[in-house]
Design a protein around this ligand. Sequence first.
Ligand code: FAD
Length: 431
Amino acid sequence: MDTPPNPLPDGASVGVIGAGPAGSFFALHLLDLLQKSGRTVRITLIDRKTFSSSGPSGCNMCAGAIGVAMVKKIGALSLPFDPSVIRRVADGYEIHGRDVAVTVRHPERGEIYTVFRGGGPTVSRKDARSFDQYLLDAAVARGAEFFHERVESVERTPAGYRLSFPGGAKKEFDFLVGAFGVNSSVSRMLRIGYVPPPTWHTVQAEIPASNEFIVERLRNRIHIVPGRGKGIRFLAITPKDDFLTLTGIGEHVRIADLQGERERNLALASLLPEGAKIICHCHPQVPVGVASRPYAERMAIVGDAFISRYLKNGIESSHDTARILAEAVTGHGVSERSLRDHFYHPCLRQFRYDNAWGRMLFAIYESVLRKGRLSDTYLGVVNREAAKGNMTQAHILWSVFAGDAPYREIAREAFSFRTLRDLARTLPGGR
Ligand SMILES: Cc1cc2nc3c(=O)[nH]c(=O)nc-3n(C[C@H](O)[C@H](O)[C@H](O)COP(=O)(O)OP(=O)(O)OC[C@H]3O[C@@H](n4cnc5c(N)ncnc54)[C@H](O)[C@@H]3O)c2cc1C
């Protein structure tokens, strides 16, 4: 076997900026791979947040919906999925037009788990754990160290990288991983030619809701509602414990856009408890493209600061980029060339081309679902066909908004001659 160019020596130090999903998954995969090959490194996860705290200091700003495929990937790391992390289990999504809604589910992989990324909007339930804390605890239990601090600067050294922290503390590493996410200023500290991905500024708000409302009105499901105003393209309502996370997706969404939707979008208003107050809100960014140069000699950037599936499965994408990096580092070393060939290119192959299909699918469904009467006509067809046992359109909707199938496969199904012919026949005016 070829010696990996610039391999990490046994006992090398690896620093990971960010202990969100990308950072913790990287540590878990690296430790797993090294253990299998009888090697060791010292891996330090660094994060400024406390994922057990409620409010902004513990929260990684996300709707927190994860599918069965993600849970299986966690299982593949021999990690039992802690039930105290799960805040609700939804059996599917409801997709709304103006007056018509359809329920979409996957027959085998229909369950969606909702989680809080931190301690939640108010003091957390005593028996619950946040998703990010669960992953971080698992990485620490398997040998990673955790350093709770904010990274203030990043410098290149002859042997790797030096990080500085408030109060003057410094740490040096042979290999550095940037798992700082797309919402961090660390991107501006790097001098490696890295340019973060283009992003949209979303809005997210937490609204209290009773268990009765969530179970009876929302049927314990995640609801997708097209925006009616200019700012918001889609809204999602994700139930967790006794809260609803209301997410507005669009290029530059302000809280006023969300308030406007609550007042004017009747489908949305009917899905929220009357007069319910927003108890906290944030404007996290979501990547809609790919970063440039997310690697250099002895450094690589994983998670959504590099690349992610277009508008969904962000946590799973972080897992996948982290796993690909751990395999590249253990199998091929940490030289710039190895990281380019065995980390950067495989990630691009997995996500970039497929995201182009995703962008097109979202644009098409947006143009149908945002038009009141057309959306009701289309969703009416989906419901009638489903009642007759033809689940093709329901399955396509599930895949676009929730599923983990590659976007190109969804597009193949959506644009197949048979699907288009059946749709043309069932739409009013069709034969
Ligand atoms: C509105 C919205 C809703 C979403 N909903 C979902 C969803 O339902 N399901 C899903 O799968 N994905 C969802 N996502 C995407 C998901 O949130 C991201 O893909 C995921 O969090 C990326 O993980 P990460 O580890 O790369 O980054 P992050 O989760 O952002 O973690 C980065 C970590 O780095 C730390 N950090 C940053 N800078 C520093 C510093 N200077 N010093 C120390 N620590 C630092 C941060 O504190 C943080 O803990 C959503 C995103 C948005 C914007």
